[in-house]
Write a new protein. Structure first.
Length: 580
């Protein structure tokens, strides 16, 4: 709740104090009403929302269930709530008098730059209501549904009003939602059914054909379990592109990230014209003496842009007629994008994981908000502190991805940066480097590495052959022998001893007790007696007794040396004790 409170109170959303109070009440409260099937035409669906962490009840026979899935998968939508609290809307009554009426809408959706109140209707219902209630349902100059009086009432709260009809949504998605609504099984047949289904998906990246998956029924799951997993979004598919009734084409994926990657990698678009015209996102179009870029293509419209921010759409069939008539020309530079696109997306598939996808979605949401509010902070999206140079690099990669693939996500994936290029040397050059290294460098009285490299270069220049760099020669020697072997060959066994590796932890060449007198305990004690010179009678001082005791691994902890001297403790005293 605290997190939603911070988001709702952000100034860039433009909410008034009343609007903030209303949205916070919706966020912290259950749905204001339950969806009903009083008309007998609806099928109530419990939509399991992973984004919101709750189960949302929607009407599957209308566009609510389909739009709920769009909100669930949209990276720009931060959160959404079904059946929000009713709002007072000033509308005319039967006598044309403006009076407040409390209306309950279908969704409240929070985006990075706005909060929308959404009303979902079938297209035919919206047309009928526009005749009887033109103040609530009408079309604007661009042909989109709107409600002017409703928007006027919501302006006092800082909210936006939107009407979504069935024509605004992919028809394939609507058919699939209605198909899954008929799955009435509440739970899986056995507890391990979902695990067994995922085990049958042999290639997670390419998915499994639905018909092939259903042929494996009996391996710990049933046919109803497969459709229930799709309904609960435990399994994933391209709901807006492939029909569940088409068992030969529809693919099922165990992970949502794999489904998204497959869409980016394999999806192509074909315009519905007499002659098939292949048009893909990223293609460049020239129309009315202006160059445009294809951003995306839906079932009914093609979306163009002149830059990264302004977009507009044209009916797909009209685009086909314009291209066929020559008014709109596909620039030749865009024809060669397909091979490079496929190769690039295949490399992205190898690094794509759910964590990578979620991070890319957060980056995309941050960049979209930053375009409208330059004070947006990446910490609000869980990205941590980021330098301005990194943000600029993200924006550049995002724009390039929009031009090439029609979506911003591939450009925001965490791709491994290329490191230093490895040495690509010919075999005969490798042999010459090995010969010089063995002859000059790997000797007990060997020369330095630079001397050996210069000799190699002199020999190859005399034969008019190219020479490797000093760094390449150094890396080649490092691959030939490790440090211990090279030191042993050049300086002897004693010098190489300290590079000997030990299999035991915390044990090295110093602490290893592998020969006599390697490890010993030394103790010294000053005796409380005075020593006097027997000739002169002068006092010489108190003597020091030094003992050397070897460890148990060597000679069972016996004393192997002692010394009684009047000198102070020193290395000379230790050598004296060792020699006795």
């Amino acid at each position: 709740m605290n997190n939603w409170s911070q988001i709702v109170q952000s100034p860039h959303l433009g909410l008034t104090p009343r609007g903030i109070e209303y949205v916070l009440a919706v966020v912290s409260s259950p749905p204001s009403r339950n969806v009903s099937n009083a008309s007998g035409r609806n099928l109530i669906v419990d939509f399991a929302s992973k984004k919101m962490g709750v189960t949302v009840a929607v009407e599957s026979a209308t566009v609510e269930a389909a739009y709920a899935q769009i909100l669930e998968s949209a990276s720009t939508c931060i959160g959404y709530w079904a059946q929000p609290a009713n709002l007072p809307i000033i509308l005319p009554d039967k006598n044309k008098k403006l009076t407040p009426r409390r209306l309950t809408f279908d969704f409240l959706a929070i985006y990075a730059d706005r909060i929308e109140i959404v009303e979902c209707k079938k297209e035919e219902e919206a047309v009928e209501l526009s005749l009887t209630q033109p103040e609530r349902y009408t079309r604007d100059t661009e042909g989109k549904w709107c409600g002017p009086l409703v928007q006027e009432s919501l302006d006092a709260l800082g909210l936006k009003f939107r009407i979504v009809t069935s024509d605004d949504l992919p028809p394939t998605l609507l058919r699939n939602i209605n198909f899954l609504a008929e799955v009435q099984t509440p739970e899986y047949s056995v507890r391990t059914a979902l695990t067994n289904i995922r085990a049958c998906i042999e290639n997670p990246e390419e998915g499994e054909i639905l018909g092939s998956l259903l042929q494996k029924v009996g391996r710990g799951f049933t046919k109803e379990d497969v459709y229930l997993a799709l309904k609960k979004y435990d399994l994933h598919m391209l709901m807006d592109r492939e029909l569940l009734v088409d068992l030969r084409v529809t693919r099922v994926f165990a992970a949502e990230a794999c489904a998204r990657a497959y869409r980016i990698k394999s999806y192509t678009y074909t315009l519905d014209t007499a002659e098939s015209i292949l048009l893909q996102p990223g293609a460049r179009i020239r129309w009315n003496q202006t160059n445009y870029t294809v951003c995306s293509i839906s079932d009914s419209h093609v979306y163009f842009s002149t830059d990264s921010t302004h977009t507009f759409s044209i009916d797909k069939n009209e685009v086909g007629l314009l291209i066929k008539g020559g008014a709109m020309v596909i620039l030749g530079a865009s024809i060669s994008l397909d091979s490079g696109k496929t190769e690039a997306l295949q490399s992205l598939m190898r690094i794509l994981t759910p964590a990578t996808e979620q991070k890319a979605l957060r980056r995309n949401s941050f960049l979209e908000l930053r375009q409208r509010n330059p004070k947006a902070k990446p910490e609000d999206f869980g990205l941590g502190a980021i330098s301005l140079r990194t943000i600029q690099r993200w924006e550049t990669r995002r724009q390039e991805s929009m031009r090439r693939y029609g979506t911003a996500l591939p450009g925001l994936f965490d791709t491994p940066r290329p490191g230093r290029q490895r040495d690509d040397l010919l075999p005969e050059m490798r042999e010459a480097m090995t010969e010089v290294a063995n002859e000059i460098y790997f000797q007990k009285q060997g020369r330095s590495l630079t001397y050996a490299w210069r000799e190699l270069r002199r020999r190859r220049e005399s034969l008019r052959l190219s020479s490797p760099s000093l760094g390449a020669f150094r890396r080649h020697i490092a691959r030939m022998r490790n440090q211990e072997q090279s030191t042993r060959s050049r300086k002897g066994k004693g010098a190489a001893y300290k590079y000997t590796r030990s299999e035991k932890p915390c044990v090295n060449w110093i602490t290893t007790n592998d020969y006599p007198f390697k490890l010993a305990q030394i103790d010294g004690k000053t005796l409380d007696v005075q020593v006097v010179d027997d000739e002169t009678g002068e006092p010489l001082g108190k003597p020091t007794l030094t003992l050397i005791v070897l460890t148990e691994q060597t000679l069972n902890g016996s004393s192997q040396g002692s010394s009684l001297r009047t000198v102070t403790r020193s290395w000379r005293l230790l050598q004296s004790a060792r020699s006795t």
